[in-house]
Design a protein around this ligand. Structure first.
Ligand SMILES: [Zn+2]
Length: 88
């Protein structure tokens, strides 16, 4: 499951950690992945940064059946490539 640092980096990126497609910066997941979560987990993802929130992110990944946690590197080319992928 993702570390706190990975979760923080993911929050600051525009790549959904679950599916690898585009999400909004400062959002945990993209809209599609978020919609698939149980209501309880969705609510916990709105908690302030802390144990409940970090647990909720791990739980969300489990719920979505994702073993891989996508993170972007701060390379402009990579972000561009991800944006292009979402357009298709
Ligand atoms: Zn997603």
């Amino acid at each position: 499951m993702p570390t706190k640092l990975e979760i923080l980096r993911s929050l600051d990126s525009v790549v959904c950690p679950a599916c690898g497609l585009v999400k909004k910066r400062r959002h945990t997941l993209c809209k599609d992945c978020f919609a698939l979560l149980p209501r309880r987990t969705q609510c916990q993802l709105y908690e302030p940064m802390g144990p409940v929130y970090f647990d909720a992110v791990s739980e969300a990944m489990l719920n979505l059946g994702k073993a891989q946690f996508w993170i972007t590197t701060p390379v402009p080319g990579c972000l561009h490539a991800v944006s292009a992928r979402s357009a298709t």
